[in-house]
Design a protein around this ligand. Structure first.
Ligand code: DON
Length: 562
């Protein structure tokens, strides 16, 4: 593989030696071997172990997700939901949607007070914020369709980690400490996540209740979660506060198989998640609009490249707010929105002279606030299959509610609905009717698990967390690789930016080139610093089976090979 290496950033060693018993690996080159990249070394190792046992990418995807639910409780989950985009060695392409749904008792105005004001605390924290979890259903669906090894083997690494415990990383210890008050506020029972003295790196986190839940799932299948004792635990948890999820909600939950969103980008086929994720549609819109200005002519993060990409983001995110939602409840306008006919027209008012005002590309109802855990897994196996999975509780540790008896966090995904037209969610995203709350409807997502195919074979497997910054991060990863031909490490670790129509601000990571910022400030663009944007997990492959897997340098993310 040949790459133009602009700068070599040695993120590889930075986070190593930080642990007592955990080894973080940032980049692995291999040939004809399976690899897993995830947010936590123990989860990547759990997936790689399954590959070593002869499992395929989908088996490894399941084992890694279960392990993340234990070792990465801030976002890994069984109480949340996710999407899997996959390709098989037989050429099948598929998208699994195990997104949470609005409970039967949900209603459009459920987060509005008597005066009609939105109370986003309720959509973001505590029991009323919880959508019906989809992750367990999604993993069983994946297994039924594509699994090779028995499900019980795929759950076992997670059970061991929960039962015996594992050493927390410095990052996780800090997060557990800084969220302690919220855990105490939302849980009257003792959970595994709080202690009398602060967590420190290397402390053992043991989760006995979670181990029991996982054993019940191992024994009884998905019914071990959606019915019987565990379902009752969840419903009892709801009743302790203002929660509305019922036994019927849990019993009725179903994974949906969607048609992948597929489009051509410079001779490569990109497949990504369709609605109810805005991820794939936005990615298609942004890449196509950027190609109208021949983005590859410019340097990465140069003023010209930034301007083209930001203006593509502005137009795409305005469409997100207006048109996107669960396709089972609204008309799916994706094919129109990603057509060249529509996008070329949308691009007409682009000018290198100055910023396009956001009001010129969409209907602004009100100014959103700005704010910001989700996690991504990229996997390939030696058989030629690839899996790209993004899974989430939404916010950090979701609703902060831990199911008593179940030992796991519940999501706060209801906040991804538009609780009121023009009122921003926790990521500053606004929406309207297309994403309003209706019982059983899925809330609009930004998660963008993606696979790029070259000559029909996986070439790039990519995705990231980051709320509304997800599609723009994946956009950057793809152009960094395809247009700017950067080295794999730099593709994901180069300083990032993000724009989302509203607010009219470009967010940049702190090491973003100041020259570019200065040039664009002259053209009416406003910039704000953001600590980190996303955590991308990426695998590159060539036609001879050579692969490079890279884990984002911004976290404890780590690669494992079979
Ligand atoms: O589905 C979505 O778009 C959000 N719930 C994802 C949240 C997320 O990525 C948070 N991570 N930082």
């Amino acid at each position: 593989m040949k790459f133009k290496i602009l700068i070599f950033l040695s993120f590889i060693q930075i986070f190593q030696a930080q642990f007592t018993n955990i080894n973080i690996v940032k980049e692995i080159h291999s040939k004809d071997k399976g690899m897993v990249v995830s947010a936590h070394p123990l989860a990547s190792e759990a997936g790689a172990k399954i590959l070593k046992m002869g499992g395929n990418a989908f088996d490894a995807a399941i084992a890694t997700q279960f392990a993340l639910a234990v070792v990465y409780p801030q976002a890994g989950n069984i109480g949340g939901g996710g999407f899997l985009v996959g390709t098989t060695n037989k050429g099948e392409k598929f998208a699994l949607d195990y997104r949470e749904t609005a409970p039967i008792k949900a209603s459009k105005d459920m987060y509005l007070d008597e005066k009609g004001n939105a109370n986003t605390d309720l959509s973001q924290n505590g029991r009323l914020a919880v959508g019906v979890p989809g992750s367990i259903s999604g993993m069983f669906y994946t297994h039924k369709k594509f699994g090779k090894l028995p499900m019980s083997a795929l759950i076992q690494p997670a059970i061991d980690l929960a039962e015996k415990g594992f050493a927390v990383t410095l990052r996780e210890a800090n997060l557990l400490n800084s969220t302690k008050e919220d855990f105490l506020k939302h849980n009257s029972h003792k959970t595994a996540f709080t202690k009398d003295i602060p967590w420190k790196q290397g402390d053992l986190l043991i989760q006995k209740e979670l181990a029991n839940t996982l054993k019940a799932i191992q024994k009884n299948g998905e019914k071990g979660f959606y019915e019987g004792k565990n379902a009752q635990f969840l419903v009892d948890e709801m009743k302790k506060g203002n929660g509305i999820i019922s036994l019927e909600d849990l019993k009725n939950y179903k994974t949906r198989e969607r048609k992948v969103l597929s489009f051509d980008y410079k001779g490569n086929e990109i497949i990504s998640m369709p609605l109810p994720s805005s991820g794939g549609p936005l990615l298609a819109q942004m890449l196509k609009m950027a190609s109208y200005e021949n983005l590859e002519k410019y340097e990465q993060n140069s003023p010209e490249a930034l301007q083209i990409m930001v203006e593509a983001e502005r137009r795409a995110y305005a469409d997100r707010a207006e048109y996107m939602g669960d396709p089972d409840f609204i008309e799916d306008k994706t094919q129109m929105l990603i057509s060249d006919e529509y996008l070329k027209n949308r691009w007409k008012n682009f000018s290198f002279e100055k910023a396009t005002p956001s009001a010129d590309v969409g209907n602004i109802i009100s100014q959103p606030k700005e704010s910001e855990q989700t996690t991504h897994i990229s996997i390939i196996d030696k058989f030629g299959n690839a899996a790209s999975i993004t899974t989430t509780l939404n916010g950090l540790y979701g609703s902060k509610v831990v199911v008593k008896g179940g030992g796991y966090f519940l999501n706060n995904e209801m906040d991804d609905f538009s609780v009121k037209p023009g009122v921003p969610n926790m990521f500053g995203a606004v929406g309207g009717e297309a994403n309003s709350i209706v019982p059983n409807k899925r809330m609009l997502s930004s998660m963008t698990p993606t696979i790029v195919l070259k000559n029909g074979k996986p070439y790039i497997v990519v995705g990231t967390p980051g709320g509304t910054t997800i599609p723009t991060s994946v956009f950057q990863s793809i152009v960094n690789a395809i247009d700017f031909k950067l080295s794999p490490n730099f593709v994901i670790n180069a300083p990032k930016f993000h724009h989302q129509w509203l607010p009219e601000v470009i967010y940049t990571e702190k090491n973003f080139p100041q020259h570019t910022i200065k040039v664009l400030e002259q053209k009416n663009y406003k910039f704000e610093n953001r600590n980190v944007i996303g955590r991308t997990e990426m695998i590159f492959l060539d036609e001879n089976g050579n692969a490079i897997a890279v884990a984002d340098g911004r976290g404890d993310d780590s690669v494992a090979v079979e």
